[in-house]
Ligand binder design. Structure first.
Ligand code: PHE
Length: 449
């Protein structure tokens, strides 16, 4: 449940719809689904198994298995945890801020989204305040170790989130042009697939499933020997894909009925939804709008907790300081790392047009750079290394032995054959091939396809 909480977050409801929008609609959706099942599911099973086998965090786990050099995977995970959380916390702050604005009936924020994230005027205090509140909440939860509470909250809040999304889908279908949105989302136009769509779908699949940085190694260490890893992994994958899928089903009819450009990017959800809530009237608008963004904030919180856990367990392990101290120091540090990203959405010219690389000479903002390094580089690289480690260093026979606890019929089954084949052949080849191509195209600007 906690791992599903980690997987389901802003990735599903904020990032997924806008990546679909930018990637040409259904073509992106299908690539993403294929990657989740074929390439990510095996990595997910491997991460949880390594965690349960060693009962350690992302770095300690590789040492405990007797391969200390491979703890580089954990170290990269720590770096990406710091980087991802540094901007994730800001977007979570926007979501939390929207909760406040919605209950106050401020639907006009839709048109002022640029000012809001650009920290214009009073927004500066608001946005900084919201992201501080968010970081402090995450820190308190991780420091008190009340992950049991998070798990219980996820158990009730996730179904509520699903319910509200489904209700909004039904409403969206009554609006003009809704079907155009559904068509964009579900009817693939494969001419829209280019290499950028392929790798964005791949790195998004990793990000959305919280994979490639050892977060699920840490969570796996809490799984008991009698639990069935495969069914947990299947549950996590289906919950994650399911919620992303319905989020898309909710957004695109709204986008098309409001004549918004689906390629609008990171603001898509924040610009579209308040306009929808505004149409629900003075009572239901604030109520449904507020509840939606509150639930989204909780979904983000179950993800930030897992993001903070990875660097914290590293600091506790390596520096032998108390957990409480480690948690506050780490989160304080991450908040500081996030400041350039916070300023990069219009507030500071330097960070907004920060650097240009790759094929386009348009300067990218700092937040995009951080995303490119953490999500588009470290996560897929971590994924390749985990499959290579599992298949060729730790060996699939040990993986099979671990999965068999809690699943006695696993050995010799079709699933075992698929997983071993995927981890030994499909994932290392496809992931490393794609990774090299991603690097060439992202940073060097060479597109081979
Ligand atoms: N999976 C989370 C989301 O979709 C983000 C995340 C990535 C959390 C990596 C932990 C580790 O929002």
């Amino acid at each position: 449940m906690a791992a599903a909480g980690s997987a389901v977050g802003l990735g599903n409801i904020w990032k997924f719809p806008y990546e679909v929008g930018k990637g040409g609609g259904a073509a992106f959706l299908f690539m993403y689904l294929a990657f989740c099942f074929i390439l990510c599911f095996p990595v997910l099973v491997a991460e949880i198994s390594i965690g349960r086998k060693t009962q350690k965090n992302a770095i300690g786990a590789f040492r405990a298995l007797g391969f200390p050099k491979w703890s580089i995977i954990g170290r990269m995970g720590v770096a990406s945890g710091v980087l991802i959380l540094s901007f994730y916390n800001i977007v979570a702050g926007w979501a939390f801020g929207y909760f406040v604005e919605m209950i106050m009936g401020n639907f006009a924020i839709s048109d002022q989204f640029g000012d809001f994230i650009g920290l214009k005027g009073i927004n500066a205090i608001k946005v900084v305040g919201y992201s501080l509140i968010f970081m402090v909440s995450t820190t308190v939860i991780v420091s008190k170790g009340i992950s049991g509470g998070i798990e219980r909250a996820a158990r009730t809040l996730m179904p509520m989130l699903v319910l509200i999304i489904v209700t909004l889908i039904l409403y969206s279908l009554t609006l003009p042009n809704a079907m155009k949105g559904i068509e964009f989302y579900l009817v693939p136009d494969f001419t829209k697939i280019n290499f950028e769509v392929v790798y964005t779908a791949l790195s998004h699949a990793f990000f959305s499933l919280s994979l490639g940085m050892g977060a699920l190694i840490t969570y796996g260490s809490y799984v008991s020997k009698t639990d069935n890893i495969l069914s947990s992994a299947a549950y996590i994958t289906l919950a994650d894909i399911g919620i992303a899928f319905i989020a898309g089903l909710m957004i695109f009819p709204f986008v098309f009925s409001q004549n918004i450009d689906p390629q609008a990017g990171a603001g898509l959800v924040f610009v579209t939804l308040p306009k929808v809530f505004a149409t629900l009237g003075p009572l239901w608008g604030p109520a449904i709008g507020g509840l939606f963004f509150l639930l989204l904030s909780f979904a983000a919180l179950t993800s930030t907790v897992s993001l903070l856990e990875v660097p914290v367990s590293y600091v506790v392990d390596e520096h032998k300081i108390s957990r409480k101290k480690a948690v506050w120091l780490t989160s304080g540090f991450i908040f500081l790392v996030g400041i350039p990203s916070l300023l990069s959405q219009g507030a500071s010219e330097t960070f907004t047009s920060f650097i240009s690389y790759g094929a386009s000479d348009k300067a990218k903002d700092f937040l995009t750079l951080v995303e490119d390094v953490a999500i588009n580089t470290i996560l897929p690289l971590g994924g390749v290394l985990i499959t290579i480690f599992t298949a060729y260093v730790w060996k699939t026979k040990n993986l099979t032995e671990e999965i068999s606890f809690g699943n006695p019929n696993y050995e010799g089954s079709m699933v075992m054959k698929f997983l071993n084949f995927a981890l030994t052949i499909i994932c290392p080849i496809i992931l490393s091939g794609l990774f090299v191509l991603i690097m060439l195209s992202k940073f060097v600007g060479i597109e081979l396809f």
